[in-house]
Design a protein around this ligand. Structure first.
Ligand code: CAA
Length: 249
């Protein structure tokens, strides 16, 4: 079997890096999509870091909120790899937390655009290629806070819950074509996104996690690699919780 090509959006971030590495460990050709506010040097430095650790991962610029930029990102992936995307991990996402009574339209719009519209832009560009090949994996990163809601996250919980609706609908459309579409819902994982929460609130949240700790990015990476495996073809439309028992559905 030829080497499958995986694109991880937000690939140079906390979760993204671990996802890229897990997929590389499993023999996939990996490209990390990045935005980094257009800071290409930062992405190149990230790539060098990976190289030092023995990971050969390409990088491709793309702003997931912008359709044209997404198309450019896919074109770059095809140029770099000489093939088309077999595995798309829609991982890029942001938070703009705050109570709804004080939330601005900008806080709502930025989160919905980056976390949900991005699903349309990126997936639309690769899905037909997967269907034509008769093999593909789309893995959408949602959140425990889509499943249970979270004080201060009306925007994020709505966007992330929307992701799973998208997953289930698309999964049905492409199931007979060898393409699976799944959601991964991480709990609180040790990343910069979680580190931004006030320490006191982090401690409260951690106290409510049955496993007794925050998760590691590698634990999300393994789930993505598992779903990408050729032998995972019977799993589709699923929402895989990786949350230390914080929410059991
Ligand atoms: N339930 C009920 N009331 C709560 C509450 C909760 N969970 N948390 C806070 N409150 C109350 C406080 O008791 C306080 O009440 P009083 O005013 O009556 O004393 C009030 O809310 C505080 O409100 P403020 O708006 O003044 O608080 P703030 O502006 O300092 O902070 C917040 C608001 C930013 C939303 C903060 O509560 C917070 O950071 N919460 C955590 C949000 C969170 O979990 N984000 C996840 C980010 S990581 C991620 O998203 C990854 C992933 O997928 C899991």
């Amino acid at each position: 079997m030829s080497q499958k090509i995986a694109l991880v959006t937000g690939g140079t971030g906390g979760l993204g890096t671990a996802i890229c590495r897990s997929l590389a460990d499993d023999g996939f050709r990996v490209v990390a999509g990045y935005n980094s506010g257009g800071n290409h040097d930062k992405a190149k430095a990230w790539q060098e870091e990976q190289k030092k650790d023995g990971y050969d991962i390409d990088v491709a610029y793309g702003d997931v909120t912008n359709a044209e930029s997404c198309a450019q990102c896919i074109a770059t992936v095809e140029e770099l790899t000489g093939g088309t995307v077999d595995i798309l991990i829609n991982n890029a996402g942001i938070t703009r937390d705050g109570q709804f009574k004080k939330m601005s339209w900008e806080q709502w719009d930025e989160v919905l655009t980056a976390n949900l519209d991005s699903m349309f832009h990126m997936t639309r560009l690769v899905i037909n290629g997967m269907v034509d090949k008769g093999w593909g994996r789309v893995i959408n990163i949602s959140s425990v806070n889509a499943q249970k809601g979270q004080f201060g996250q009306c925007n994020y919980s709505a966007a992330k819950a929307g992701i799973h609706g998208f997953t289930k609908a698309l999964a049905q459309e492409v199931a007979r074509k060898g393409v699976t579409v799944n959601t991964v819902s991480p709990g609180y994982i040790k990343t910069a996104m979680v580190a931004k929460i006030a320490q006191e609130i982090q401690d409260q949240i951690c106290a409510g996690i049955p496993v007794g700790r925050f998760g590691t990015p590698e634990e999300i990476g393994r789930m993505c690699a598992f779903l990408s495996d050729n032998q995972s073809g019977y799993i589709t439309g699923a929402d895989m919780s990786v949350n230390g028992g914080l929410h059991m559905s």
